[in-house]
Unconditional design. Sequence first.
Length: 224
Amino acid sequence: MTQTRTYPIACPTCEASFDAELYESVNVQTDPDLREALLKNQLNQSVCPDCGFTFRVDKPLLYSDPANRLLVYWIPVPPDRLAEGEDLCNELIRELLAMLPEDLDSPEIQMVINRVELIERIFSAEAGLNPRIIEYIKYQIYTRNSDKVNLETHGLLLNTHDSTDKNLCFVLQNMETMKFEAMLHYPRETYEVFREMFADEEKSVDLLELFPGPYISARASLRE
Ligand SMILES: [Zn+2]
């Protein structure tokens, strides 16, 4: 269900107004090129017909990858307006579910607030990793290594590309400059221990309570 819509937009450089066709939702199973476009930061890019300035228009986007059971709403809000973003996301989820047949076994709809978070979720799903367990690991890192990882100033992102059979690799991101500053390695064995632990029904409730969604984030949960 790849969908586009035409929006009136204004060029941020010369202020010329024009109509742009932007993606509302992308299904990367039917349109794999759109996954590549997103990774290259070319999705929802517009070129001003007057001055030629190229820029990305940030708007809510639904990313769907049925093969990997992934449905993510990218709601571009700043971290200090997270509650607002979650309200909007819940509204969009209600609208979406109302359109789907009731017996359809659709995956949980997650929310992210920026492209980097969306890419993290895409690679995690493609690697078969559970986002709540990944956030649980981040939760452990934040609480046990608070001397090295400052929750207020830094975020953690899973880096699947540099992860190995032995270790999961996380990058430390400075939330002010958005630059990646360091890498942390976490034993994959421990991921498996958590996965088995949370397969238990009672335990899985604890994990859901910690990260109720739609925005599943250790940092957001700890900063509440
Ligand atoms: Zn322009």
